[in-house]
Design a protein around this ligand. Sequence first.
Ligand code: AMP
Length: 215
Amino acid sequence: MSATSAKRIIFLGPPGAGKGTIASMLSHELGIPQVSTGDLFRSAVAKETALGKKAKGYMDRGELVPDQVTIDLLKECMQEPKCKQGFILDGFPRTVIQADALAVSGIDIDRVVSFTVPEQELLQRLVGRMTCRKCGAIYHVSNLPPKIPGKCDRDGGELYQREDQKPEAIKKRLQVYKEQTAPLITYYRKKGILVEIDGIGIPKEVLKRVHAAIS
Ligand code: AMP
């Protein structure tokens, strides 16, 4: 990895594009945190905090949590010392309002990596996902099946379909992406920091394209 690589990175892309998987791999390689607003919200929901109670209904329906709630959460997270050397924003911003808030808060971004995956492929990846009740690991009925049906390979936890993994919510999430998040592609292209990559292929191949995009 070259020393001149971008370290303040946004991953942009529809649900099912593989942002989370690649962000986790890159985070380990570069030693910078993966900041996933989706994970932060899910953890708040699991702990039944005030934030979690606010976010749950929106998440279950596949809608976005209101901008101000999300912006406050992100800013708080970005104050942590671990974010000072760089970060990968995975799932933020998702609206122009969020992107503007990031810009005015003085958090500079070096590169926005936009993952392109055709809708047919997204649907194939999203339908059939299951989550472990204990550890949150995600499986897929055909792409990544567990060794024993219905049980997590790591801890034997029960696998279930989260509300937002059900067909109605999946449809909604894709629609919300098109209407509210996809405009950010043009937004960041105009700023001259956008790189589009093909999100098809095994994670190792996609990661290689991301490396090229941030170097
Ligand atoms: P994700 O795992 O990134 O797909 O996020 C799961 C859910 O959390 C989304 O469907 C939204 O309800 C909520 N969420 C995550 N990030 C954001 C964001 N930047 N703005 C609004 N809602 C978000």
